[in-house]
Design a protein around this ligand. Structure first.
Ligand code: ADP
Ligand code: MG
Length: 259
């Protein structure tokens, strides 16, 4: 199924939650993704790396229904979601964060969490004002505690550092208990002191059952987090397998550092 080389040291036995099968995405004359393939299984942390412009963010946008695919197929739990709208995909159990953290600065940290609940009404403000069940509140506070933001729950989110905003975004994606969470560069722009906190939160949340697919530039972070790694280059699979092995491959080093 894949064009990339497989390193068969990792046994992947369960059914995939997410399947990206030969996905191509062209923007006019630019082919951002060219037959990219990827699988994420229940309970895994899967990494996606590749040089700038490799197609990583485009891959997430194709998975989330932001872009219409030029070719190929995306499946969530075996169901074809390739032509679905983003909100339908989110409600089916896929959640994501963005390369740049996104918060409502004037709302409190807790309110930013609660905004992630399924919108009963069209308008965000109505979602906030509508009575949340105690269960949702409790889950929001529990997740904030998990990522170490519980003391800041009543502070405006605008006062958080970049790293704290990213932690808030990660916690927010989990409020609806998704099947899988896509994280686009969780460490980018984050103060080095907080990168370890973010990595630890991801590991803790994974221990509790969360499944992650993570794009990351920080090689130490991706090495310590992911159990399976895909390398994209020029929109296609270059290598895949156990991170330690994959990152030593000649082709990967060449893609990153040129000849
Ligand atoms: P990465 O996230 O790996 O750095 P991207 O997915 O952002 O890479 O981009 C892959 C390629 O596709 C780049 O050459 C980029 O310029 C191009 N690209 C991405 N999005 C668009 C778009 N909306 N329109 C035109 N070209 C795009
Ligand atoms: Mg990107």
């Amino acid at each position: 199924m894949s064009d990339g080389q497989t390193t068969d040291t990792v046994r992947r036995t369960t059914d995939p939650v997410l399947t990206v099968d030969n996905v191509t995405k062209s923007f006019g004359g630019v082919t951002a993704l060219d037959g990219a393939t990827l699988e994420v299984r229940d309970g895994e942390i899967v990494g996606v790396v590749g040089p700038n412009g490799a197609g990583k963010s485009t891959l997430f946008n194709c998975i989330m229904g932001v872009y219409e695919l030029t070719d190929g197929r995306v499946e969530l739990d075996g169901t074809d979601i390739s032509s679905q709208r983003t909100d339908v995909i989110v409600n089916s159990g896929m959640s994501r964060t963005f390369q740049l953290a996104r918060v409502f600065p004037d709302l409190t940290v807790r309110e930013n969490m609660l905004i992630n609940q399924e919108h009963r009404n069209e308008r965000l403000v109505e979602t906030l004002l509508s009575p949340s069940d105690q269960e949702v509140y409790d889950r929001a506070d529990e997740l904030l505690e998990f990522v170490g933001l519980e003391k800041l729950a009543s502070s405006p989110a605008g006062e958080l550092s970049t790293g704290q905003k990213k932690l808030l975004n990660i916690a927010g994606t989990l409020l609806s208990d998704p099947e899988i969470v896509l994280l686009d560069e969780p460490a980018a722009g984050v103060n080095p002191g907080l990168v370890d906190d973010i990595a630890q939160s991801i590991l803790d949340l994974n221990d509790r059952g969360a499944t992650f697919c993570i794009i990351e530039h920080d090689m130490d972070m991706i090495r310590s987090l992911s159990e399976y790694l895909y390398v994209l280059h020029n929109g296609t699979n270059l290598e895949q397998g156990e991170p330690e092995t994959v990152l030593q491959k000649e082709a990967v080093l060449e893609a990153y550092f040129g000849q």
